[in-house]
Design a protein around this ligand. Structure first.
Ligand SMILES: Cc1ncc(COP(=O)(O)O)c(C=O)c1O
Length: 397
């Protein structure tokens, strides 16, 4: 009898007790709105911002309603306007080009390498087309940030980092989100911290921070922020920055603060699971492991591998056989966008030319979640199942 995996790929761990207690306290107080604070009282959102700024080393932090909202706010705060082109990854998820399109701006897709990071040659070739790069560290894979920043700095391209999958990851010792002008994070349920929905934005630029705070809907109460620039900076921007409400509330912030304190330990647990799957899949014939550069310190909550140059039929067969044994694989190359997978040519509102090298990579990407409710033994079993099914389809072909 072949083994079947019984776990649930979308089941995250419960919210920690300390966070539940903090949330209940906020609900008992009735003061859920971030600015519903008494004189001299900080409020959970302001404290979260202060703590996240300290954790990241950034001068300023703003908590908002979602990661996608943080991305769109970052674009507005650096001055992107309708019709502007914005460089971004061909391999990312729908909220990234969606944030660009929400401003009436136009994504310009940059290719993906078989290391699953942005193709720096393609970036250099396209860098003159836009003033801003919205860089997605998609699925936790970080490009050579030193080389990327050299390209962007030389062309005057402002970098906004989408760190939805890299909260706590580093390139060459520097935290993701701290290489570019702005770092954006998501705290939606499937990310490294879970508040259902939520986002965070960090920056060292005082005008960007002030604009982002006014944009998020500060109702001129910006002096209640603790990870914000002084009032004189708001004086410079407040009359010509619109209010596009997308604040975080005290309930979500209360849930997130204890999780931030535990983030490093949780990331280590995620990485242990990742390494078990990686070891279990290594040297499987026909399967390509995504090798991680020595300068990259990742925080992986999912796993990707490649079935490069496989036929659609063979990949479909692997996906369906694994599903039959309880292992949910998501295939980025599927002709129709399914669930959370997407590829640049399924966003038809964006003009895009052919990208054959990226197409080859995208067509071969298989993706699976590794929630912390899976034990390392579970991860070893998942790897055994994938290995067996990939091997048998490969041999049959
Ligand atoms: C790569 C990436 N960027 C941005 C986001 C946006 O985050 P949110 O769902 O909080 O809007 C997501 C969410 O799945 C994502 O996967």
């Amino acid at each position: 009898m072949s083994e079947t995996f019984k776990g649930n790929f979308t089941q995250q761990e419960p919210i920690p007790e300390e966070a539940i207690e903090a949330a209940v306290e906020i609900m008992r107080s009735g003061r859920l709105h971030r600015y519903n604070t008494g004189a001299g009282e900080a409020g959970e959102v302001a404290l979260l911002e202060e703590e996240f700024a300290a954790w990241s080393g950034a001068k300023y932090c703003l908590a908002v309603a979602s990661g996608g909202y943080a991305l769109a706010t970052a674009l507005r705060a650096v001055g992107v306007t309708p019709g502007d082109k914005v460089l971004t990854n061909a391999f990312t998820l729908a909220p990234v080009p969606g944030a660009i399109a929400s401003l009436g701006a136009v994504p310009v897709f940059v290719g993906v390498t078989d290391g699953l990071v942005i193709d720096l040659d393609d970036l250099a070739a396209k860098a003159d087309q836009a003033d801003v790069l919205m860089l997605s560290h998609m699925r936790g894979h970080i490009a050579d940030m030193d080389a990327l920043m050299t390209i962007c700095d030389a062309r005057g391209v402002t970098v906004i980092e989408d760190c939805a999958h890299t909260m706590g990851a580093r390139w060459n010792g520097v935290l993701s989100g701290r290489h570019g002008a702005i770092g954006c994070y998501s705290t939606q349920t499937y990310k490294h911290m879970n508040s259902g929905e939520g986002g965070l934005l960090i920056t060292d630029d005082e005008e960007v921070a002030a604009r982002a705070i006014v944009l998020s809907g500060s109702y001129m109460l910006y002096e209640r922020h603790r990870a914000a620039p002084g009032p004189e900076v708001f004086e410079r921007v407040k009359y010509d920055t619109p209010n596009v409400s997308g604040r975080m509330d005290n309930l979500r912030a209360a849930i997130l603060r204890p999780q931030l304190r535990d983030l490093d330990r949780q990331c280590a647990r995620w990485n242990a699971r990742y390494r078990v799957v990686e070891a279990g899949l290594r040297d499987t014939p026909g399967l390509t492991i995504v090798e991680r550069p020595a300068k990259e310190a990742y925080v992986m909550s999912s796993f990707q591998f490649l079935l490069l140059d496989w036929s659609d039929t063979a990949i479909t067969e692997v996906v369906s056989r694994c599903a039959g044994r309880g292992v949910e694989l998501k295939w980025f190359g599927a002709p129709e966008p399914v669930g959370f997978t997407s590829r640049y040519d399924s966003w038809r509102y964006v003009p895009s030319g052919p990208m054959p090298e990226s197409d080859r990579v995208l067509k071969g990407i298989l993706d699976l979640r590794l929630p912390l409710t899976f034990s390392e033994d579970d991860c070893a079993q998942i790897a055994r199942i994938i290995r067996a099914e990939v091997s048998s389809v490969y041999q049959a072909a």
